[in-house]
Design a protein around this ligand. Structure first.
Ligand code: IPE
Ligand code: IPE
Ligand code: MG
Length: 246
C-alpha cells in the first residue's frame, strides 16, 4: 500500500513552537468524485491519510494532534454513509491500535462518543485505556464532536457542580471552563488546519481556537501528507502571535 511507504519529510526543525495542531479533515467526497469513485472510497483514502499523518506527528515535534473525524452534524448524512464511517472507525482502531501503542502514542477522543454503538464505545475506551500511560504524542480523534454541544455539556457540568455545592457560581473562571471541556487534558491549541478549500470552522473547537493560528489549504484530505503538514508548520513558524499585546 502506497501509504505504508515512508517518504522523507522536508526539513522543518521541530522548533516551530506548535504543541497542538488540529485538523478539519475535509474533502474525502470530492477526492472520490474526481476519480468517479463512491464516497466511501474517499473515506477509505482519508483513513490512509490519517495513518500517514499520525506516523509523522512525533518526527514533526508535535505534542498533540487533534483530528476532526465525525461532527455532531454529520448524522444528517445518508444512513449508509454514516454506517460506512462508523465501520471504518471500528476497523481503524482494531487494525492500528497496536502500532500506535508500540510507537508511544496516547489515543484520546473528544466529542460525545458515549452515544455511539456500545461495542464501539467499548473499543474506544479500551484504546484510550491501553495507551493512557504512553509518553505521546497524543492523537485526539473528534467523534460526534460539535463545539456548541461541547460548550453546552461544559455548562451542564459546571451547573451540576454549583447545584451540588462543590463550587460557587462566582468561582467559575476560564480555568474551570477549560477543565470542563473535552480538551481538558490537551495542550492549548496553536494551529488549526482545514483542508479542501472550505473557509469555515464547521462547529470545531470554537473555544480552543480563540487564539489559534488558522491555515487553509485547497489540498483534499486524502492527498494531505507529512510534507503538507510540514508546510503548514513552516507557515505557522512565520506568524507573529500577539495575543492582543504588542
Ligand atoms: C470529510 O470529507 C470527512 C467527513 C466529514 C466525515 P467529506 O465527506 O466532508 O468530503 P466532501 O466535503 O464531501 O468533499
Ligand atoms: C467538517 O466537515 C466535519 C469533519 C471534517 C468531520 P463537513 O464536510 O461536515 O463540513 P461542512 O458540512 O462542509 O461545513
Ligand atoms: Mg465536507
Amino acid at each position: 500500500m502506497a501509504s505504508r511507504i515512508k517518504t522523507p519529510l522536508p526539513q522543518i526543525a521541530p522548533d516551530h513552537g506548535a504543541r497542538h495542531v488540529a485538523i478539519i479533515m475535509d474533502g474525502n467526497g470530492r477526492w472520490a468524485k474526481k476519480r468517479l469513485l463512491p464516497r466511501i472510497a474517499g473515506h477509505r483514502a482519508g483513513v490512509d491519510a490519517v495513518r500517514r499523518i499520525a506516523r509523522v506527528a512525533r518526527e514533526l515535534g508535535l505534542e498533540c494532534l487533534t483530528l476532526y473525524a465525525f461532527s455532531s452534524e454529520n448524522w444528517k448524512r445518508p444512513a449508509e454513509e454514516v454506517s460506512d464511517l462508523m465501520g471504518l472507525l471500528r476497523h481503524f482502531i482494531q487494525a492500528d491500535l497496536e502500532e500506535f501503542h508500540a510507537n508511544g502514542v496516547r489515543l484520546q477522543v473528544i466529542g460525545d462518543y458515549r452515544v455511539l454503538e456500545p461495542s464501539l464505545v467499548d473499543l474506544i475506551e479500551g484504546a484510550m485505556t491501553r495507551t493512557a500511560g504512553n509518553d505521546g504524542p497524543t492523537i485526539a480523534i473528534a467523534l460526534n464532536y460539535g463545539a456548541q454541544d461541547e460548550l453546552v455539556r461544559m455548562a451542564q457540568t459546571l451547573a451540576r457542580q454549583v447545584q451540588a455545592g462543590e463550587i460557587s457560581a462566582d468561582a467559575i473562571g476560564r480555568a474551570q471552563v477549560e477543565a470542563a471541556l473535552d480538551t481538558a487534558s490537551l495542550p492549548p491549541l496553536d494551529l488549526l488546519i482545514r483542508t479542501s478549500g472550505e473557509l469555515r470552522l464547521s462547529n470545531f473547537m470554537l473555544w480552543q481556537a480563540a487564539y489559534a493560528e488558522l491555515y487553509f489549504t485547497d489540498t483534499l484530505w486524502p492527498d494531505f501528507d507529512g510534507e503538507a503538514l510540514a508546510r503548514a508548520l513552516a507557515a505557522f513558524k512565520q506568524r507573529d502571535r500577539r495575543f492582543g499585546g504588542l
